[in-house]
Design a protein around this ligand. Sequence first.
Ligand code: HEM
Length: 69
Amino acid sequence: MAKLMNPPPRGLVNEPWRYLDASSPERLRESMAGLLRKGLPQAGMPGLTGQVTDAEVAQLVQFVFDLRQ
Ligand code: HEM
């Protein structure tokens, strides 16, 4: 699927962040939560606002972090 998409989705495991503020762990979490809520319209990534709870957003952020361990 990812290979069929244009632009392709970001590799979340081992590529540097392009859209997130990685200047501190807290900012990284906050900026990722904000990106998941708003999405990236220019990239075709849908936002999750109104569809998931804050706790679920936090779980998704943790999931993405765990991918990079
Ligand atoms: C729960 C599901 C998803 C999660 C956790 C997620 C997470 C992320 C994150 C964290 C980024 C920023 C990466 C960076 O800063 O380098 C990103 C970017 C992106 N996402 Fe998602 N995403 C999800 C669903 C989707 C979906 C459904 C699509 C498309 C249908 C999508 C397409 C993209 C694209 C195209 C980018 C930008 C890639 C780039 O320009 O480097 N994502 N996503």
